[in-house]
Design a protein around this ligand. Structure first.
Ligand SMILES: [Zn+2]
Length: 143
C-alpha cells in the first residue's frame, strides 16, 4: 500500500511544518510518475532545490543542505501541495535536463539560432524581446 502525503507529513517536526508555511507557491515543475512525485522548490539559494518523494516506499530526498534524510520544509511543501492540489502535478517523467550550454561555442549557438529562425521564428523573436527587456531592467537597477 502506498503512503499518503498526510502520513509522511506527520513525520515532520513542528519547526519544519511552521517553516513550510507559505512555501507552496515556490513548488514548481510538479510532476508525478505513478507514486513518485517530483518538484523544484525555490529556497534561499538562487538555484531551486530538487525534491522527490516516493509514496510507494515512503522515502524522500531534497538537494538542500539540511540534515541528510531529514524531512525538510521543501519535502513538506511538496507533500502539502500533493495533498491540497494533486491535479497540479503533471503526469509523466520530469522534463529532461537542459544541455550544458556553457560548453557550447559561439558557432554552436549561431547554428542553433539559424535552425530556430528557420523552423521556430517566433521563439527567437520572442526571446530577443525578453532579453532586451531584461537588459533594460538591469540598467534601471543601477539608477
Ligand atoms: Zn530541502
Amino acid at each position: 500500500m502506498p503512503h499518503t502525503p498526510a502520513e509522511l507529513m506527520a513525520q515532520a517536526s513542528e519547526k519544519v511544518k511552521e517553516r513550510a508555511q507559505g512555501l507552496q507557491k515556490s513548488v514548481k515543475h510538479r510532476s508525478r510518475e505513478g507514486n513518485l512525485l517530483r518538484a523544484r522548490v525555490q529556497g534561499s539559494e538562487s538555484a531551486p532545490y530538487r525534491v522527490w518523494v516516493s509514496l510507494e516506499k515512503g522515502e524522500w530526498a531534497c538537494s538542500c543542505p539540511d540534515e541528510y534524510n531529514a524531512l525538510c520544509k521543501h519535502v513538506y511543501a511538496l507533500l502539502l501541495t500533493a495533498q491540497t492540489a494533486p491535479e497540479s502535478f503533471v503526469e509523466g517523467p520530469a522534463p529532461r535536463r537542459l544541455p550544458n550550454v556553457s560548453r557550447w561555442t559561439d558557432g554552436d549557438v549561431e547554428r542553433l539560432l539559424e535552425r530556430l529562425l528557420e523552423q521556430h521564428r517566433p521563439v527567437v523573436t520572442d526571446w530577443a524581446r525578453v532579453v532586451a527587456e531584461d537588459r533594460f531592467m538591469d540598467e534601471d537597477d543601477w539608477m
